[in-house]
Write a protein that binds this ligand. Structure first.
Ligand SMILES: [Zn+2]
Length: 332
C-alpha cells in the first residue's frame, strides 16, 4: 500500500461510510463481506486499507492507531493477515479467487481478522464470481472480504446481495479542501487539487506528488476568429494532443463562471480574464464548444483523420470571436 499510516479518522470526506465502518468495529459487528462502490479516484482502496488496519490494530479498538507493530506492517503493505488481490491484466482469474478462499479459511497469523481486499471486482468473470459465492455464503468468522468496484451494476446480483454495499460519491469541494489542508497542503493548492479532481480525494492525493504544470504548458484558449488561426491551432493540437485535454479544463472554468462568477476555478491565476470571457458567452455556446472538443478527442482515439478532425474543431471553436480579453491577459 501507498505511503504512511492511514487511519479511518484521518480520511477526507465519506463521513457516513467511515462512521459505519468505525461503529461496526467498535461494536464487534463486523460484516463478513463489504462492497465498496464508486467511480475511480475516490479513495476506495485507501479506505479499505484503513479499515483493514483498524480491524487488526493492537492498541486501539475502533480505528488504527498508526504506530503499533500491526499498523506499521499494514502501512508498509506486509501485514500477514491483510492482502490485496488485483486483476491480473483484464480479469480477476479464478486461480486468484481459489487462493483467496484457501487463505481466508486459515486462522489469522497475528491479527484478529484476515482481511482480503479484491479490487476492481467487476473484472471477475462468471466462473470466478461463482467460486467466490461459496465464501460469501459461509464466510469464516475471522475473515473479512472487501470488494471494490467502479460500478455496482456491473456486479452479479448474487454477489451484491451477499455483501454490505457502501456507495461512495465525490466529496464536496469545500470538504476536500479542508481535508487536504488538514494534511498540511497549502490552502490555494488544496483548492486547485480539489477542483481539478472534481472531489475525488484519491485522485487529489495522487496529484499531490506531481509537480504543478508549468505556466508555459497551459493551453492557449481560442483567442481569434480568423480562419488562418484555426489552422495554426489545428497544427498545434496535432503536434501535442494533450492540449485538447487542457483546453477542456479552460472551457470547464468558463462554464462554472458562466453560472457563478465567484465559482472556484482550475486556473485561478487567470480568473479575471476568464470572468470577462464568460460574460461574453452563453452557457449553451460554451457547452457546445466543450462537447466539440470531447467529440474531437473521441474521434482521434478512433484514428479518424487527425488533420480533418482538428481543423473542423478549430473552425467550430473560433466561430464566435473571443478576442480582446484573451489578448489583455496575454493568454494567446
Ligand atoms: Zn495500531
Amino acid at each position: 500500500m501507498s505511503s504512511s499510516h492511514v487511519t479511518l479518522g484521518s480520511l477526507v470526506g465519506h463521513a457516513k461510510q467511515i462512521g459505519l465502518l468505525t461503529r461496526a468495529i467498535g461494536a464487534d459487528r463486523v460484516g463478513g463481506a463489504y462492497l465498496f462502490a464508486g467511480v475511480a479516484g475516490l479513495g476506495k482502496k485507501t479506505i479499505a486499507a484503513a479499515f483493514a488496519a483498524a480491524l487488526n490494530c493492537l492498541a486501539s479498538h475502533d480505528d488504527a492507531c498508526g504506530v503499533c507493530a500491526s499498523c506499521r506492517r499494514a502501512a508498509d503493505g506486509n501485514h500477514p493477515d491483510i492482502a490485496f488481490i488485483r486483476p491480473d491484466g483484464a480479469t480477476l482469474r479464478i486461480a486468484q479467487i481459489r487462493e483467496l478462499q484457501r487463505l481466508i479459511s486459515l486462522k489469522p497469523h497475528e491479527g484478529r481478522y484476515k482481511v482480503f481486499v479484491v479490487t476492481d471486482a467487476e473484472k471477475m468473470r462468471a466462473e470466478a464470481a461463482n467460486a467466490l459465492l461459496k465464501t460469501l455464503e459461509e464466510p469464516p468468522g475471522s475473515g473479512v472480504l472487501i470488494l471494490t468496484t467502479r460500478s455496482i451494476d456491473a456486479m452479479l446480483p448474487t454477489i451484491r446481495s451477499r455483501c454490505q454495499a457502501l456507495r461512495f460519491l465525490p466529496v464536496p469541494v469545500d470538504d476536500a479542501v479542508a481535508g487536504l489542508v488538514a494534511r498540511g497542503v497549502d490552502a490555494d493548492r488544496a483548492r486547485i487539487l480539489a477542483i481539478r479532481s472534481r472531489g475525488r480525494v484519491g485522485s487529489a492525493i495522487a496529484m499531490l506528488g506531481q509537480e504543478a504544470p508549468p505556466a508555459e504548458g497551459a493551453p492557449s484558449p481560442i483567442g481569434d476568429s480568423r480562419p488562418m488561426d484555426a489552422f495554426r491551432l489545428a497544427a498545434e493540437w496535432q503536434a501535442d494532443p494533450g492540449r485538447l485535454e487542457a483546453l477542456l479544463s479552460w472551457y470547464h472554468d468558463l462554464l462554472l463562471l458562466c453560472t457563478d462568477p465567484s465559482a472556484p476555478v482550475e486556473h485561478p491565476e487567470h480568473v479575471h480574464a476568464l470572468r470577462a470571457l464568460a460574460r461574453r458567452e452563453t452557457y449553451s455556446s460554451l457547452r457546445a464548444k466543450m462537447l466539440a472538443v470531447m467529440d474531437a478527442t473521441h474521434r482521434l482515439r478512433r484514428n479518424i483523420s487527425a488533420p480533418l478532425t482538428l481543423e473542423t474543431l478549430a473552425l467550430q471553436l473560433v466561430e464566435t470571436p473571443l478576442t480582446s480579453p484573451w489578448r489583455r491577459a496575454n493568454l494567446v
